[in-house]
Design a protein around this ligand. Sequence first.
Ligand SMILES: NC(=O)c1ccc[n+]([C@@H]2O[C@H](COP(=O)([O-])OP(=O)(O)OC[C@H]3O[C@@H](n4cnc5c(N)ncnc54)[C@H](OP(=O)(O)O)[C@@H]3O)[C@@H](O)[C@H]2O)c1
Length: 262
Amino acid sequence: MKTKVAINASSGKMGQQVINQTVVNKDAELVAAFCRPNHRLLGRQVGFTDISYTSDINTGLANSQVVIDFSLPEATLNLLTIARQTKTPALIGTTGFNKQQIEQITQAANEIPLLLAPNTSIGVNSVLVLLASAARMLGKKADIEIIESHHKHKLDAPSGTAIRMGEAIAEAMGENFDDLKVTDSRFEKRSREKGEIGMSVIRAGEIIGEHKIMFALDNEIINIEHKALNRHCFAEGAVSAAIWLADKPAGFYTMQDYLADN
Ligand SMILES: NC(=O)c1ccc[n+]([C@@H]2O[C@H](COP(=O)([O-])OP(=O)(O)OC[C@H]3O[C@@H](n4cnc5c(N)ncnc54)[C@H](OP(=O)(O)O)[C@@H]3O)[C@@H](O)[C@H]2O)c1
């Protein structure tokens, strides 16, 4: 049986990719594609499907078994308010949440299955495992730098993926990421300490997403790098994980939970 999928913010760059991946996935059926009430797509046919773009999130969620969201924090929280009422599982790929918003998302996971993933690509989630291993061996001896590059339109910085990578490194070192991360103290005229995690951000052109993690020792450098060549990698992982999430009990899930089970 196909899983009935609704897509929030379907007008966005990721929303359009997720539509494409849902349509080609043999285990998924696209049942709703949401856009804002005043959007030019409203009422138009979604590709070659028999559904139209809608702003009626209540009805769309009531008819679906899972919703996929790549939007902005405010739009995600609006969606979750309705998803809690309709009991619709939700995969959230949006990034840029503050601590209070993360708390609200965590609360929603008491009522619905909820997967929060700052990066839904299989490659980046494999890199997280490699980083933990590298950090256990090298973390306390190295200068660690996470250098992330994205297109000029991206609103949040550092990227959700870079933050997740920093957290994975810090966890593996038995430390708290907030205690190790350095964003601007390099400009405070002090030399850096071993084990600090520097965060460097580049916003330029139409770069889809690149993350390079450097473990610099005194005489050698180890780099671990991921480049998204297109947005398919995020959409493909999101749709597969959403299908997996649809029949899970209420709770908070990550891509690592999905990958461990598949
Ligand atoms: N998890 C991952 O693997 C991954 C990968 C790529 C991107 N992302 C994240 O996904 C998010 C979207 O990225 P994108 O590149 O698709 O951005 P985008 O092209 O700018 O799309 C944003 C979408 O959100 C909608 N939106 C914005 N504010 C809204 C509101 N208040 N209410 C309802 N809808 C609203 C926009 O609607 P309009 O068209 O009406 O403006 C649009 O559909 C970002 O947070 C990005 O960092 C995550």
